[in-house]
Write a protein that binds this ligand. Structure first.
Ligand code: 7TS
Length: 406
């Protein structure tokens, strides 16, 4: 029995007559009772609006909200809480950079470079920036195993490159992209780097100062935290020079009839009543992950991916995508001519939850020359016996479709 599984009450149930095996943590992770109780406790003992009024509940809620910001700062080793903006998630963070920083700083002749493996959240905003500013959107070339060749990537970054946007970890390939190197190459040319850390922050130690990234976005719900809360990290000098894109309460300093000015960082980017309970839950998730240890989680998830690949490769007709080495805890695959949706349906009948589809990566599906794939993704509450159940389920699927089509 995995020692952490008992902290996740949802896992202790039968699905379709079988014990649940949850292998879809890259879509969203499950939540430990420590997080569920922190959110419940917030609503039971301190719910109130923040940064206003002087009553006691208001200061408790404000302390809890700002305390969570400090936990996030420490967790990703940012220099200051002014660099930590709470929002709805990775998608919202990336769109803020695109709509504020990029639209105001890019022009015709400038280039944005991204990877064909990006999630739509880190792809469509840059298409929109290119359309609005006249800048050109370009793509790094992926190697056949879904990695970047360092020399080629470095050469692709030129004096025209004003912005590189890349996932730290691909949600389909599991590839860990060389963010630190990319940051140094783009900085040498005077550009900035935006990191989509949706799949890295939940699974490994991420140090924004060590990576030297300019912006980095992630989601609470993929790291044992609640849905609806996310974080955008940005270097203070860049955030200071940026305009907010949402205007209203909470983010203003003084408001005149025809003009207004903004609060200092980070609040100028947090218009409206913030996601207070979500931030408190995210703080509890960080406490939880730190109590396990990010290096322990990283090693565990990578071990499960290696074990899964070894076991799955014993099945004839399986195709696994992405690199063999230096990959994180997810395995994306197809099985013979079985449609991944059919495969996921048969597995679901066995109580096994995997994701099937394009994973919000349609250009990557075209690059892989498939319309869809299945994906099993792992977290600290999974263990080898979950993978054994998956492999047995895959064998059953193969047998079933062999009878139907054979
Ligand atoms: N970037 C990456 C790399 C992701 O994996 C996801 C979500 C996002 C951005 C968007 O995050 P959100 O919290 O703003 O929605 N990825 C997935 C997935 O792989 N399956 O479901 C959601």
């Amino acid at each position: 029995m995995n020692p952490y599984a008992k902290d996740f009450p949802i896992l202790d149930q039968q699905v379709n007559g079988n014990p649940l095996v949850y292998l879809d943590s890259a879509a969203t992770s499950q939540k430990p009772f420590q997080v569920i109780e922190a959110v419940e406790n917030y609503y039971k003992t301190m719910n109130s609006n923040v940064h206003r009024g002087v009553h006691t509940l208001g200061s408790r809620a404000t302390d809890a909200y700002e305390g969570a910001r400090e936990k996030v700062r420490r967790f990703i080793h940012a220099g200051s809480t002014r660099e930590i903006i709470f929002n709805r998630g990775t998608t919202t963070g990336l769109n803020l950079i695109a709509s504020s920083y990029a639209r105001d700083n890019l022009k015709e002749g400038d280039e944005i470079i991204i990877s064909p493996s990006e999630h739509h959240s880190n792809l469509i905003p840059w298409q929109q920036v290119a359309k609005k500013t006249g800048a050109t959107l370009k793509y790094f070339e992926l190697e056949p195993d879904g990695t970047l060749d360092h020399a080629k990537a470095k050469a692709a970054i030129t004096d025209r490159t004003k912005l590189v946007a890349i996932a730290h970890v691909s949600n389909v390939l599991g590839t860990v992209f060389p963010v630190k190197e990319l940051a140094s190459w783009v900085h040498a040319k005077g550009g900035v780097i935006v990191v989509d850390a949706a799949q890295s922050v939940p699974h490994m130690k991420v140090d924004v100062q060590d990576l030297d990234c300019d912006f980095l976005a992630f989601s609470g719900h993929k790291m044992a935290g609640p849905t609806g809360i996310g974080v955008l990290y940005g270097k203070e000098s860049l955030l200071n020079a940026m305009e907010p894109i949402e205007f209203g309460g909470e983010m203003i300093d003084t408001v005149e009839l025809y003009d207004s000015d903004w609060k200092e960082l980070p609040w100028k980017f947090e218009g409206g009543t913030p996601i207070i309970a979500g931030a408190v839950g995210l703080g509890a998730a960080i406490d939880y992950l730190e109590s396990v240890g990010m290096d322990t989680i990283d090693a565990h998830d990578r071990h499960l991916a290696r074990y899964a690949m070894e076991r799955m490769e014993e099945i004839e007709g399986i195709q696994i995508y992405g690199p063999r080495e230096n990959r994180t805890g997810l395995v994306t695959f197809n099985l013979d001519s079985v449609h991944p949706h059919d495969l996921a349906t048969v597995l679901d009948a066995e109580g096994i939850a995997v994701r099937a589809g394009h994973h919000c990566c349609q250009p990557l599906m075209r690059w892989l020359e498939v319309t869809a794939t299945a994906r099993a993704s792992f977290y600290l509450y999974n263990n080898e016996s979950d993978i054994d159940r998956l492999v047995a389920g895959l064998r059953k699927t193969k047998e079933y479709f062999g009878h139907v089509f054979g």
